[in-house]
Design a protein around this ligand. Structure first.
Ligand code: PEP
Length: 252
């Protein structure tokens, strides 16, 4: 009942011409694919180009970040309204690179969640523990804090627009993927947290993506886990053929 989502986070990669080429490649490789929602998240500067290339295709457009205000004196920032105007359907928030490199707090991420919801945009809400936290047996506490604070004030109605991405920080860009069992354990825990906070129906309906070195060689086992509803893909989303193979995962 949860439509799988395969989302590509391009991070700080791709000029407008490269974005167009990648999307054209994806469109031809994914033609006719059903039963999975495919999303690409180019950098801000390529959003408009990407939106034009995606016109008429089922692939959805996402931004990688936003600022939680609509307009005003916020130099260098981009609002949900502007992202919607550029053609975005989703926005990624809480990515560990922003939490770590830019010091984004759970409270700030929560403001973004509400601002995006007000703009009627879908939200890809990232959470995940560092290696130190996992080794210190703090993984469950960290996930609990990130969900409680990041989704504070979120109602079951707002939650319909939220996709959670569990991304263990030690698996991002490192080539180390969580095992299928580690991913399932964390996803089941996150779903239980959602149940406590939002009720059974919202928890059952929410898609929880796994992120961390997902590629064509490991996606099938991850997608076979009952609580894994998709993937947020970094490195492997930068080449059309590889990302298309991820999007065409098999669960048998
Ligand atoms: C990410 O950036 O969200 C990510 C999971 O990256 P990678 O797939 O490269 O680990």
């Amino acid at each position: 009942m949860r439509m799988p989502m395969i989302a590509g986070n391009w991070k700080l990669h791709k000029t407008r011409a490269e974005a167009r080429d990648l999307i054209e490649g994806l469109k031809s490789q994914l033609e006719g694919l059903t039963g999975v929602e495919v999303v690409v998240a180019p950098p801000f500067t390529a959003l408009e180009t990407a939106a034009a290339s995606l016109a008429g295709s089922a692939i959805q457009l996402a931004a990688q970040n936003c600022y939680p205000e609509t307009t005003g004196a916020f130099t260098g920032e981009v609002s949900p309204l502007l992202l919607k105007d550029a053609g975005c359907r989703y926005v990624i928030v809480g990515h560990s690179e922003r939490r770590q490199l830019l010091g984004e707090s759970d409270e700030f991420i929560n403001r973004k969640v509400h601002a995006l919801s007000q703009a009627a945009l879908g939200i890809i809400f990232c959470i995940g523990e560092t290696l130190d936290e996992r080794e210190a047996d703090q993984m469950f506490d960290v996930l609990r804090r990130q969900v409680r604070l990041g989704l504070k004030g979120v109602t079951p109605d707002i939650m319909k627009d939220v996709v959670v991405a569990y991304e263990p920080v030690w698996a991002i860009g490192t080539g180390k993927t969580a095992t299928d069992a580690q991913a399932q354990e964390a996803h089941a825990f996150v779903r239980a947290l959602l149940r406590e906070q939002l009720g059974q129906a919202a928890a059952d309906a929410t898609r929880i993506l796994y992120g961390g070195s997902v590629k064509s060689g490991n996606v099938d086992g991850l997608m076979a886990q009952p609580d894994v509803d998709g993937a947020l893909v970094g490195g492997a989303s930068l080449k059309a053929e590889e990302f298309a193979r991820v999007a065409c995962f098999q669960t048998v």
